[in-house]
Design a protein around this ligand. Sequence first.
Ligand code: GLA
Length: 360
Amino acid sequence: MANHTYHVRSPGRVNLVGGHTDYAGGHVLPFATDLHTRLDATPDDRVTVRSEALGEQRSFDPADREPTGSWVDYVKGCYAVLAEAGYTPGGFTGELAGTLPLGSGLSSSASLELAVLALLNEAYDLGMDRERMARLGQRVENDFVGVSCGLLDQYAVALGRAGHALSVDTATLDYEPVPVPDRIGLVVYHTGVTHELADSAYNERRATVEAALDAVGVDSVQAVGADELDALPDEQNQRLGYVVRENERVGRATAALRDGDLEALGEVLVRAHRDLAANYEASCPELDHVVEAALDQGAYGARLTGAGWGGAAVALVDVADADEVARSVHDVYRDRYPEHDARSYLVTSSDGVSVERTGR
Ligand code: GLA
């Protein structure tokens, strides 16, 4: 075993629609991106990881369960949740690199978790399937890092398929790939804004939505009726009302994607963004500016992707126009926010996490 080197490719994700529905038992429609994390590693006694992007190396014993408050917790947390689940893999020495920008709302953390879990699964023959790895990735966030996220990111990263988006019902965990027509171009525009309070705002929204579902007496947003919504106190009504509408939008977006109807899909994205901004208050002026700029430049639709409060927006365009739209949006954005380090990416859908092995 010690002579093998493992090459892991773990994608990021873009969520087309279904924002903040995944922790309320709703539907989501993400895809895994060609922007990815790479982890090249050999089994070892300790865990030693170097991050090319951060220029840092961290080392720990696989039995060490102490969070450090740094990026290495996404690696350490994998060992902690694996131990909880009855697995005790050994360590590895590895190098993290790739094309996925960190902290941009494109799931760099889920991508890292799944890279580590997939590596350990292969190198130490743990026999886990992709769904199990995705659920353990979520546990790393919930139990070790302290972010109460749903399963959206980990499902997309583990189960994505090239040429497809992934329709997931987070109440049943059923999923189905939905083909993405070739003429669809997706531009991801990172605003360069990282909202420091995003994690606490996220946890606070989740708590409000869970309290609202409790008050209605159901587990899933799919079972909430209009009368029950009306009976809720104002804040719960506002937040859960958004989630109910967003969940319905996923159905419309999935149908539009299947029909290759970019106009209809674009319209859903814009409505989703505006609702998320007005009623879930998860946007920020920079994201709103990008969305409006993308629409002015001819995009079919655009919306923030990921949790919000900063990070990235995704714009839906004809693939032939993608470069031009990205450039024009950049010009408009830079004029308004010259202080932010904004970047755009043309993304395509990709397969979920994969591991190759070389050496004897
Ligand atoms: C983050 C979380 C996901 C999901 C989105 C919002 O990406 O990790 O679980 O809730 O925000 O849709």
